[in-house]
Design a protein around this ligand. Structure first.
Ligand code: FAD
Length: 333
């Protein structure tokens, strides 16, 4: 089996950090994966799964095997007048999948347009945007246990999806490689305009999923840095979720603070960071994006450690000022 030694990961992470992996293998199908896991050279190696590298910050070389998932394919598994169930290879590009669904007039994931990365990574943090989350259409996934090589089916409840969270970020971190994801989409027109910015950008509600996709793409292009041009991994931190008494204290001091009320209260991390004047802040090699305070950018060959140090300074200042401990959304390796 052709396993690459000492592979640069520069083109495999959207932060554009220059690190390498001791061993590297692209897999196109499950048989290759099984063979790889049986290979004597890799059985004792530390392993990590890499999709599009758009939610990862490498702070050092990876001393082990990186498995780059390229398992492709979009298949209709079953359908009726109202719904369609699809099986998607984990190595498909997420946004290509969204484009495919809207081209076929299916509804359900159009609000998740233009999120970078692979289909297999979407369940890891239950990707979300503009009032939709992966879990809204998710049915099940297939994954291979990296230790036992067994194939396991995870239903929705098994995945324990939360806000940018799942069991694969907790108890089962780095234990499985997701190979296929099943989604249930609807053929009946049903668009989700619950998010304010969407309502504000839409003149009529008589829209198809493809129209919503175009609107979302325009909004995202106006606000977010294109990782092909500026190294970044989207939102660096999650929006903190506060207990009501803590929020009330904060709101007394800052009556203008935005928030989303659920059972607890979610406040935008970007607002807290912007309040402390980090937006547009520049260090020698990295900084905070001028249009979005939640995005750390690599604008001059930054190392992962330089980016991490900046993130830590931001986190510390938010903690000192607001007594809120931000949690990273990006996986730091
Ligand atoms: C400009 C920009 C905007 C973004 N906007 C959003 C947004 O709106 N909403 C959002 O939720 N996220 C957003 N993100 C973050 C990112 O795109 C998503 O988290 C995406 O799902 C990551 O996919 P990936 O394939 O690049 O994953 P990677 O970065 O390659 O991996 C992320 C994690 O998943 C694991 N993993 C990847 N593939 C597999 C697999 N097949 N099996 C098991 N584990 C796997 C990795 O080991 C790692 O722990 C944004 C990122 C950027 C750069």
């Amino acid at each position: 089996m052709n396993i690459i030694n000492s592979q640069s990961l520069l083109d495999y992470n959207t932060f554009k950090v220059d690190v390498s992996a001791d061993l590297f293998k692209i897999i196109d199908n499950e048989e290759q994966l099984q063979k790889l896991l049986e290979d004597k050279r890799v059985s004792k190696q530390k392993k990590m799964i890499l999709g599009g590298g758009s939610n990862i910050l490498f702070t050092k070389n990876f001393n082990g095997l990186v498995i780059h998932n390229k398992i492709r394919g979009i298949q209709i598994v079953s359908e009726n007048k109202e719904n369609v169930k699809i099986k998607v290879g984990a190595g498909e590009v997420w946004d290509d999948l969204v484009a495919w669904t809207t081209k076929h007039n299916y509804y359900g994931i159009e609000n998740l347009s233009l999120i970078p990365g692979s289909v297999g990574a979407a369940p890891i943090q239950n990707i979300g945007a503009y009032g939709s989350e992966l879990k809204d259409t998710f049915q099940q996934l297939e994954a291979i246990d990296l230790k036992t090589k067994d194939k396991i089916i995870f239903n929705k409840s098994d995945c324990r999806f939360g806000y940018r969270d799942s069991i694969f970020k907790k108890e089962l971190k780095n234990r499985f490689i997701i190979t296929n994801v099943y989604l249930k989409l609807t053929k009946i027109k049903s668009i989700n305009l619950s998010y304010k910015i969407l309502k504000d950008n839409i003149a009529t509600t008589n829209l198809k999923s493809e129209d919503v996709r175009k609107i979302i793409i325009n909004i995202r292009n106006s606000k977010l840095p294109n990782p092909k041009k500026i190294g970044n991994a989207g939102s660096f931190f999650k929006n903190p979720i506060l207990e009501k008494p803590q929020f009330k204290t904060l709101q007394k001091k800052y009556p203008e603070i935005p928030f989303f009320e659920e059972s607890k209260i979610k406040v935008p991390a970007g607002w807290l960071i912007e309040k402390l004047n980090w937006k547009g802040h520049q260090e020698k090699t990295c900084g905070v994006y001028a249009k979005h305070a939640l995005i750390i950018i690599n604008n001059n060959n930054a190392t992962g450690l330089e980016i991490k140090n900046l993130a830590e300074k931001i986190k510390e200042s938010v903690y000192q000022k607001f007594n809120i401990l931000l949690e990273e959304e990006v996986t730091i390796i």
